[in-house]
Design a protein around this ligand. Structure first.
Ligand code: GAR
Length: 217
């Protein structure tokens, strides 16, 4: 089996689809061992089944506390012994124990140019703040929300007529490029995590990671 990863989702799973597509096309040498959703109706589960990937649903509503849900989730994930856990629109705040267990081997994609706009509704907030540009970040997950070391960002200009939806579509298109790229770099051992920092090819990345351009491979 090539590099085993587990992907966690809560919704549409278009980033999951980008990972599936690139691995089918041989551009990404990983095996998606399982897809886990905290929502039974997440469309991403359909995408996974279509691709023949084992799926699990674990509803957070069945647990009394965040810690108990995360502990149960961790047991499912660890059955697969993944080398990387990929959060792809997994809309849960993580307990400290869970984030620490996967420190240095769990990535998240967040739709903003971190450290700007942590949390939700990032496209509308970027428009309301009259930002000139907006973007997306792939980062290592740390116990603090949306605060782990950034690997890569991609940016786009905010046009006068952009709405949260139009901006969201542009961001999604960028996500589908940079998330598979970051996962590939990690699987190839090119991206590593050391003392809370992200490194690419043994060089420490700046706090905002590397900025995407189409010559990056
Ligand atoms: C993506 O835009 C991702 O950046 C965002 O959820 C969306 C999932 O889309 N993640 C977060 O907001 C995490 N804080 P998808 O289900 O189509 O991949």
């Amino acid at each position: 089996m090539s590099f085993p990863i587990v992907v966690l989702i809560s919704g549409s799973g278009s980033n999951l689809q980008a990972l599936i597509n690139q691995s089918l096309q041989g551009q990404l040498n990983v095996t998606i061992s399982a897809v886990i959703s905290n929502k039974a109706d997440a469309y991403g589960l359909e995408r996974a089944r279509e691709a023949g990937i084992p799926t699990h649903t674990l509803s957070h509503k069945a647990f009394d506390s965040r810690e108990e849900f995360d502990a149960a989730l961790q047991i499912i994930i660890d059955q697969y012994s993944p080398k990387l856990v990929v959060l792809a629109g997994f809309m849960r705040i993580l307990s400290e124990g869970f984030a620490t267990h996967y420190l240095g081997r769990m990535l998240n994609i967040h739709p903003s140019l971190l450290p700007k706009f942590k949390g939700l509704d990032t496209h509308q907030r970027a428009i309301d703040a009259r930002e000139k540009e907006h973007g997306v970040s792939v980062h290592f997950v740390s116990p603090e929300l949306d605060a782990g070391a950034v690997i890569i960002q991609a940016a786009t200009l905010i046009e006068n007529n952009d709405t949260a939806d139009s901006l969201g579509n542009k961001i999604h298109a960028l996500e589908h490029i940079i998330y598979p790229l970051a996962v590939r770099w990690f699987s190839e051992g090119r991206v590593t995590f050391h003392d809370g920092k992200a490194l690419l090819d043994h060089k420490e990345l700046p706090a905002s990671g590397i900025l995407y351009n189409n010559t990056l491979q």
